[in-house]
Design a protein around this ligand. Structure first.
Ligand SMILES: Cc1ncc(COP(=O)(O)O)c(C=O)c1O
Ligand SMILES: [Zn+2]
Length: 422
């Protein structure tokens, strides 16, 4: 059963509306991705209830989730309710109010737990026995984590070269892990074929409309944590484009439900080595086109930020529309800028991001250089995954420890030379 607040689906590409029972994953007419539509007037009746409840996890926003009630949620693991951390140092440096939304604090240490929690709860509602997913690593390890806790079987397809920590998570959480000798895009296609043939509930990003329902909760939390105001800009790392489309949907839904009075501008950040969405945004900049006229670019992606290394963004159109409709923009940053952002975020805020998790901040720095952010703006950068998931990348910028003999005098001299002590 799905919440009675849900009225159906709308195709993001051809904009046709559908009843729930008419759609399995994508638009039956054009094959575009669909999004879940709610009765926002009905939701608005719960405005005060939503505002007053304490923020513990994503289920605070049950009225804007597809689940009929809280008992249907896989909520023994605390998904969401992550810190919104202001950096005074960086705010002063840039003359803005800068916040980091620290989603490394989710159960499997990435933002993807938001999506997995809702998709898995829906799968359980639909009576699914096996859930599947193609993943660059995090979506899979998140689903595996949640499945371990819920007793549902999972089959996860990852590129063979996914970072080892993510593979270790998948295996230890008890998934059947299929490591595909190929790219994420190859894993995606294989997962789709197998899931269709064996009738698995396929949570793969972009294809499955329920993941966006989890991802949008980050916007609910940001507004909530800002006392139901919103920032001027939200910077989002983009691979398939599902997180950014969730961020945009979340703010729109709060606006439709009367919970906020304005909507932020959304900024898509990609690596120059995986920049399909960036290129598409640029291509259509200033052009008056309908969603179905937009052709999302394809690239040969090679970035070090494995989580956003995507040739063909599976929710690319929704990502491009998020930027266009919110009057935002897209930025691309080099892999070196991403690695430096890991170092800066870690050393200044105490949050330890993986490369994709540092990408939004790298994008903010680029946008500041390009004078796209007026002074005093309020900015939120999403930090979407933990650095512990990809130590190899972190070590590229961490520097080395100081190795010494067991000798006190030597250590004292080093500390003096470094001016740690006088
Ligand atoms: C840490 C991290 N950041 C960003 C992204 C990008 O999300 P999306 O593919 O929805 O654009 C991912 C996706 O795997 C991720 O794991
Ligand atoms: Zn359609």
């Amino acid at each position: 059963m799905i919440s009675e607040n849900v009225v159906g689906f709308k195709c993001i590409k051809c904009e046709k509306e559908w009843l729930l029972k008419q759609v399995k994953y994508q638009c039956p007419d054009c094959g575009g991705n669909v999004e879940v539509v709610y009765d926002y007037k009905k939701v608005a009746r719960y405005r005060d209830e939503i505002k007053k409840a304490p923020l513990k996890d994503i289920y605070k926003y049950i009225r804007l989730l597809p689940l009929p009630d809280i008992t249907c949620a896989c909520h023994t693991l605390p998904v969401g309710g992550t810190p919104l951390l202001k950096s005074d140092t960086l705010s002063d440096r840039y003359g803005i109010e800068l916040y980091f939304k620290d989603d490394t604090k989710n159960p499997s240490a990435s933002f993807k737990d938001r999506a997995g929690a809702i998709a898995l709860s829906v799968a359980v509602q639909f009576g699914a026995e096996v859930v599947s997913c193609a993943s660059t690593g995090n979506a899979g390890s998140s689903l595996a984590c949640l499945c371990a806790n819920s007793g549902v079987k999972s089959v996860i397809f990852v590129p063979e070269k996914a970072p080892q920590a993510k593979i270790a998570q998948l295996l230890l959480f008890g998934s059947t892990v299929i490591a595909v000798k190929g790219t994420y895009d190859d894993a995606f296609d294989l997962c789709t074929q197998i899931s269709e043939e064996l009738d698995f509930f396929n949570r793969s990003t972009g294809l499955n409309p329920w993941t966006r329902e989890g991802k949008k909760t980050v916007s609910f939390e940001i507004a909530d944590q800002m006392q139901w105001d919103v920032p001027d800009f939200v910077f989002v790392p983009v691979g398939d484009g599902n997180i950014i489309s969730g961020v945009w949907k979340g703010f729109k839904e709060l606006f439709y439900s009367g919970l906020i009075e304005r909507i932020p501008r959304i900024v898509a950040v990609q690596s120059t080595k995986s920049d399909a969405v960036f290129r598409t945004v640029k291509k259509y900049e200033g052009k008056d086109v309908t969603p179905s006229q937009i052709q999302v670019e394809k690239v040969h992606a090679t970035t070090i930020a494995d989580s956003i290394q995507v040739d063909e963004p599976r929710d690319g159109l929704a990502a491009v529309l998020s930027v266009r409709e919110s009057d935002g923009f897209a930025v691309s940053v080099s892999d070196d800028e991403i690695l430096n952002a890991i170092k800066e975020i870690s050393s200044i805020t105490g949050i330890f991001p993986e490369p994709a998790g540092a990408t939004a901040y790298a994008g903010l720095k680029k946008a500041l250089d390009e004078r796209k952010i007026p002074s005093h703006s309020t900015v939120v950068c999403l930090v979407t995954g933990s650095g512990l998931k990809d130590i190899q990348s972190a070590l590229k910028v961490s520097g080395s420890p100081i190795t010494v003999e067991k000798n006190k005098a030597e250590v004292l001299k080093i500390l003096k030379d470094l001016k740690i002590v006088r």
